[in-house]
Design a protein around this ligand. Structure first.
Ligand SMILES: [Mg+2]
Length: 376
């Protein structure tokens, strides 16, 4: 008998349920690559021998990773027999098993890892931020201005400023460079028009790999000519275009951030060794939980800036990302806003205020997100 199997323990995994979690969006999440109007996610429910239940959410984002709701359900159904009967306290062992069964399904792995970790922490009445180190307990997210026309960008910016957001992440790379330059300049003017109160609003660009190196550099030149300060330029070129990334990074005066180019710890090691980027966007759904921790350590050791981000995630996966980032500490950019784009969901999220500020102080066990109809 393996030492991991002992059905008499309270920490034995007795049940893993997976089900589709369709989250209708209040507006299409338009980025370079596509504009989904529903997030087709997966809910993972892990039950332990003593009845403790942990919840996880997988958020496959087809236009970014190729994973789908169907592939996620299949991957987790394949993994289930390997996890049942195991001891939830052997999380790294379980994560390694998941990596073996679904190596190319990071969102599936992340959703399952979160369900397992939530079960473990609820059983021991430990909040997730504490498990990751308890560096901080509060995070304030930026707001994404999705791809669209200039009119949409202006309206979205006005709404964001009214709500007090101080960092706006602008999706570019879906249209022409000229159209993007016009949008970003218009957004900048909105932040200026509002006077001293919003003088500190910072703008981040994210092309999701939608540009060539020449296009990315042209956009930066047009924005520089219009005196629009940009704090960070995320993923200007496609993941496969390493030479393009090197060229943009060499010629850009704006710091470059890798997102799609940083999927694994090996990716981050390459980015560090090539001195290509100044920041990395970490996402649980892009890499899985434990791989994300390895990426964090490499990036931190190399002195890179960190962003915590997400796919199109409901409040559960977003909350888990907030716990990871707050607990580990050191994140200069927080992009955990997709709960703002979700029109309806079945969750009750302790710690989420006004949809974009995370105050995890009140969370006493796990990630603190429950199903509203099961709220005790
Ligand atoms: Mg990104």
């Amino acid at each position: 008998m393996s030492s991991h199997r002992s059905s008499s323990r309270a920490s034995t995994i007795t049940q893993i349920d997976v089900q589709p979690l369709d989250l209708p969006l209040s507006e299409p999440f338009a980025i370079s690559g596509g504009a989904p109007n529903v997030a087709q996610n997966v809910l993972v429910r892990v039950t332990l021998a003593d009845g403790t239940v942990g919840l996880g959410e997988a958020a496959p984002f087809p236009v970014v990773s190729g994973e789908t709701q169907a592939s996620t359900l299949l991957a987790l159904n394949d993994a289930r027999p390997r996890l049942l009967g195991q001891d939830v306290r052997t999380l790294r062992h379980l994560a390694a098993t998941l990596a073996e069964v679904c190596p190319d399904e990071p969102a599936a792995r992340a959703g399952c890892e979160l369900g397992l970790l939530d079960a473990l922490l609820r059983q021991h009445h430990l909040p997730m931020w504490s498990f990751f180190g308890g560096q901080t307990k509060t995070l304030v997210s930026d707001l994404t201005i999705t791809a669209g026309d200039t009119e949409h960008a202006i309206a979205a910016t006005q709404a964001a400023l009214l709500r007090g957001f101080s960092t706006l992440k602008i999706k570019v790379g879906a249209g022409s460079v000229a159209a993007d330059a016009e949008r970003v300049i218009a957004i900048h003017r909105q932040t200026q028009a509002r006077g001293v109160a919003s003088a500190s609003v910072q703008l981040v660009l994210d092309a999701n790999g939608g540009y060539s190196a020449d296009q990315a550099l042209l956009l930066l030149a047009e924005l520089a000519a219009a005196r629009v300060p940009i704090a960070l330029f995320e993923q200007p070129v496609a993941r496969a275009d390493r030479l393009g990334l090197l060229e943009v990074a060499r010629l850009s005066s704006v710091p470059i951030c890798a997102d799609e180019s940083a999927r694994t710890a090996a990716d981050v090691l390459w980015l560090v060794q090539s001195r290509v980027v100044r920041a990395i966007n970490l996402k649980l759904m892009k890499s899985g939980l434990f791989e994300t921790l390895a990426m964090y350590e490499i990036a931190r050791s190399a002195g890179l800036q960190l962003m915590i981000g997400g796919m199109v995630e409901g409040p559960l996966a977003m909350a888990a990302a907030a716990h990871v980032a707050a607990g580990l500490g050191g994140f200069s950019f927080v992009d955990l806003d997709t709960a703002l784009f979700v029109a309806s969901h079945p969750f009750q999220a302790a710690g989420l205020q006004h949809d974009a500020t995370w105050d995890l102080q009140a969370v006493h066990a796990g990630h603190g997100v429950t199903l509203a109809h099961e709220e005790k």
